[in-house]
Design a protein around this ligand. Structure first.
Ligand code: SF4
Ligand code: SF4
Length: 315
């Protein structure tokens, strides 16, 4: 590494750590590779994206980040911890605090400002807000590898992470992608596949969004498919990340203060959610990612859970 690259690397490390990222890396901005494009097209053609209709849109932008920011030369990917110390059986860890989209966007803007001040050029922050393959870029940037649970696994952190991407016109020195040996955990483990209550994992890193409770509870608009069992999940699901021994072994850092659980959200139950008034919903979930579900969506899920008969009564 040249002295100039070392100086940029030190600057990025400082900016990303100040933003609260637990891992970060850089890839050159260029089209995604053919093998990945073929894999993605196959996933779409089999209808595995289910309710995630937006994943079909803008394929050309999804293949080339330079179309999202004219003149982009580098892709900076930051991973932030989503692993809470206390969990809800009904709401995913990432949804227990403030909306990570807003929180991470603000923090990444500060990173972008620091890069622009030092090296010039425009930046664009993407936190689930643009047709961009965040996990693909995280792997390319050496932040982690895809686990059998279909999530990014970060060495020493696990797969309970949220990703934020910064496109920049500045040329940043690219990181080296991790070698397979750097992430040996999945070789002899299938714990996430066995633990998934919906049978949504194919065991090769593929997720069937038609079954995945994270997708059904949050992304699906309108009625749930007939006979859907939400297994108690009101908003999101992170069972396949929580059971991962990679995270158990390393005790990941706490999420950012803004993302830590709000007591009323942590205590929410399906029965309580089913009877919330609009005013109560707005007060409890103000600035929370659950607010995106709206009261209707949350109560659709709550009713599906509370009206679900126990298995013994279904026979
Ligand atoms: S639970 Fe096991 S198989 Fe699944 S991602 Fe973690 S290490 Fe890999
Ligand atoms: S988020 Fe939940 S439903 Fe979806 S794959 Fe993971 S464990 Fe299965």
């Amino acid at each position: 590494m040249t002295a100039a690259h070392e100086a940029i690397h030190a600057m990025l490390r400082n900016l990303c750590r100040t933003a609260g990222a637990v891992a970060w890396g850089v890839a050159d901005a260029q089209p995604t590779d053919e093998a990945d494009a073929a894999l993605y097209a196959s996933w779409l053609s089999r209808g595995m994206h289910g309710p995630l209709a937006y994943m079909e849109r803008h394929p050309e932008l999804r293949r080339d980040p330079r179309l999202l920011l004219d003149g982009a030369r580098s892709v900076l990917v930051c991973a932030f911890s989503a692993r809470q110390r206390v969990h809800s059986p009904h709401i995913a860890d990432f949804a227990l605090g403030s909306d990570y989209h807003d929180v991470l966007r603000a923090r990444m803007r500060a990173v972008g400002q620091g890069i622009s001040d030092a090296l010039g050029g425009d930046t664009r922050v993407c936190v689930d807000s643009a047709p961009l393959r965040e996990r693909y870029w995280a792997v390319r940037a050496g932040v982690g590898r895809t686990g059998r649970n279909g999530r990014l696994m970060v060495p020493g952190i696990g797969s309970d992470v949220l990703l934020a991407v910064l496109l920049t016109q500045a040329q940043l020195p690219p990181s080296t992608p991790l070698q397979p040996a750097a992430m040996p955990e999945c070789r002899t483990c299938r714990r996430c596949v066995d633990a998934c209550p919906a049978g949504a994992l194919d065991g090769r890193g593929g997720v069937d969004a038609r079954r995945c409770l994270a997708c059904l509870t949050i992304e699906l608009r309108g009625p749930l498919p007939e006979g859907t069992d939400l297994h108690g999940r009101l908003a999101g699901c992170d069972i396949c990340a929580r059971v991962c021994p990679a995270a158990e072994a390393c005790r990941p850092p706490l999420p950012l203060p803004e993302l830590q659980p709000r007591p009323q959200v942590l205590a929410m139950t399906p029965a309580r959610a089913a009877e919330l008034t609009q005013a109560e919903f707005s007060a409890i979930f103000a600035g929370s990612p659950v607010k995106r579900l709206k009261l209707d969506g949350l109560q659709r899920n709550a009713r599906a859970i509370t009206q679900q008969k126990p298995k013994t009564q279904q026979q």
